[in-house]
Ligand binder design. Structure first.
Ligand code: XMP
Length: 523
């Protein structure tokens, strides 16, 4: 089994960042809810445990507590599993061990200078006075028995502690955020020096391992179906799986009627000739539109698209069965780690807000076994793997695009005419981003058509037409996002082009809300 560090999520918005930093140190990391009992965590044979921060106080009635036994885990050789508590994670540790945790006079939020008081492996290479990022309301007032303070800041006499008996550490600051100058080093020190990991996890080693795993799982006979969307995740999944099973992978690309302008052709062009895989295209746009036309409720749009996909896929399964004489037994999906943990995190509200139906759905209805090689990866890791596998940059660097497509970018009832307007406006925005080298600067960008008419004037004529919203965000994984500060001149030019070139739209607005409190998509 490969090295791994388990991160227990106490609800912090930064938990995923911890996982990323540990992986950047070359050690595979995975996040689990803080409610998982110690014996289940022990069964994962972690090389170390990290307890995340969290929004609550350990004294709140519903505050998540550290599960008993987690501080006594042992590795196979009998040595203790190292633990690092971060902020709330430290407080939860201290609280369980009889230390004192109290509300500070005022919430400490922002940068502070760290003074390391005792030489120790956690802070190896961290210079005196380096900046750390604080964000906490409670702090430690008395230490648990056998613990000592190893660092302080001007405001916090207890900025970091360690146990004198076991490799247990706690920091009050957040090493995972970029505002902590040497945070990366602190987490790397924990993973390599304290947990004793070698740090040999990398996208290249991942590919090698997954190819073997897929071959083992699928055997020499079975066939795999994969829904190609033209997006990063399914495209890289196709490249990886085709490396493992060759022509036993059957890709299907469906025109669901709510694709962007020219997309059906562009994706086919990108794949044909580039990859040695079987690609079948199905133009089911009329079938999808029959289910979508007039539907206004966002969740009903998702259900309509999801259900029609299942029908189209079932037919594709039959087609493969006739062609190769065997029904595919597996369905491959490009599900990513954030999709998986949104449902387990104590902090991630997204799952109940929208049903992002690329997780689950299809296979249960279709009786196919799942292959999800990227279930443990973040999007930028998948992009790196795509590059390793030779997937063209224009696919690897694409923005995410939702399964229900433009249907959830027409606020209100889906109509063909509205789809036509939206396609044109979206194409102008995206092409302009590319022309001005801004496409790669944002995480996702798109246009939304609003169910609102406004008055305008063109020439001497009064117009009374639709409004289009432009949305561009910066994000790491889509779970939180900030609106992109695109240059005002650029936005002005795009708005001008949309209104001039798309008859039926006479106003464009730019969305300047972040997630939370908004979401990235409007529906
Ligand atoms: P939200 O709007 O929830 O979006 O902030 C976060 C990310 O998820 C994408 N998204 C979806 N993807 N099916 C998908 O496959 C969906 O139903 C769906 N809804 C949102 C969205 O584009 C963004 O990247």
């Amino acid at each position: 089994m490969s090295e791994r560090i388990v991160i227990l999520d106490f609800g912090s918005q930064y938990t995923q960042l911890i996982a990323r930093r540990v992986r950047e140190a070359g050690v595979f990391s995975e996040i689990h809810p803080c409610t998982r009992p110690a014996d289940e965590i022990a069964a994962m044979q972690p090389d170390g445990l990290i307890l995340s921060g969290g929004p609550l106080s350990v004294y709140d009635a519903e505050a998540p507590q550290l599960q008993p036994g987690l501080l006594e885990l042992e590795k196979a050789g009998g040595e203790p599993v190292p633990v690092l508590g971060i902020c709330y994670g430290l407080q939860a540790m201290a609280h369980l061990l009889g230390g004192g945790v109290e509300a500070a006079d005022r919430r400490e939020f922002g940068p502070a200078d760290l003074t390391v008081m005792t030489e120790n492996g956690l802070f190896a290479g961290v210079p005196e006075g380096s900046t750390v990022w604080m964000s906490h309301g409670d702090h430690l007032t008395t230490l648990p028995d056998g613990y000592e303070v190893i660092a302080r800041t001007g405001n916090a006499p207890v900025a970091a502690v360690r146990s004198c008996r076991r490799p247990h550490y706690g920091v009050q600051f957040h090493p995972e955020v970029v505002h902590t100058d040497y945070g990366r080093e602190v987490l790397e020190n924990f993973a390599l020096r304290i947990c004793g990991c070698e740090g040999d996890w990398s996208p290249a080693s991942f590919v090698e391992k997954q190819v073997k795993n897929i071959r083992r799982q699928v055997g020499a006979e079975e066939h795999i179906l994969l829904g190609l969307s033209g997006g990063v995740d399914s495209s890289v999944a196709a490249a990886l799986i085709s490396r493992a099973v060759g022509e036993r992978l059957h890709c299907i690309f469906v025109n669901n009627g709510v694709l962007r302008k020219g997309e059906f052709d562009k994706v086919q062009e990108a794949f044909r000739g580039h990859f040695d895989l079987h690609l079948k295209t199905v133009d089911a746009s009329e079938r999808f539109m029959a289910q979508l036309e007039g539907v206004a409720d966002p969740e009903k749009k998702r259900v309509a698209v999801g259900n029609t996909f299942i029908e189209v896929f079932e037919e594709a399964t039959e087609e493969v069965a006739q062609r190769v004489g065997k029904k595919p037994r597996y369905l491959a999906q490009g599900t990513l780690y954030p999709d998986v943990i949104e449902s387990v995190s104590t902090g991630g509200p997204s799952q109940t807000i929208k049903t992002h139906h690329n997780v689950g759905g299809l296979p249960e209805e279709m009786g196919l076994d799942l292959i999800e090689p990227f279930r443990e990866l973040f999007k930028d890791e998948v992009r790196e793997i795509g590059r390793l596998l030779g997937v063209p940059e224009r696919i690897v660097g694409r923005h995410p695009f939702p399964g229900p497509g433009l249907a959830i970018r027409i606020a209100g009832p889906v109509k063909r005419e509205k789809l036509r307007l939206l396609r044109e406006a979206d194409d102008i925005f995206i092409s302009a981003l590319r022309e001005h080298d801004l496409y790669d600067e944002v995480w996702q960008a798109f246009a939304v058509l609003l169910p609102v008419q406004t008055v305008g004037v063109m020439g001497d004529e009064r117009t009374y037409e639709n409004v289009c919203a432009l949305r561009a965000v910066e994000s790491v994984d889509g779970m939180t996002a900030d609106w992109a500060k695109l240059p005002p001149d650029f936005l002005g030019r795009v708005a001008g082009r949309v209104v001039n070139e798309v008859p039926g739209i006479n106003r464009a607005v730019y969305d300047i809300t972040s997630k939370p409190p908004a979401t990235i998509e409007w529906e």
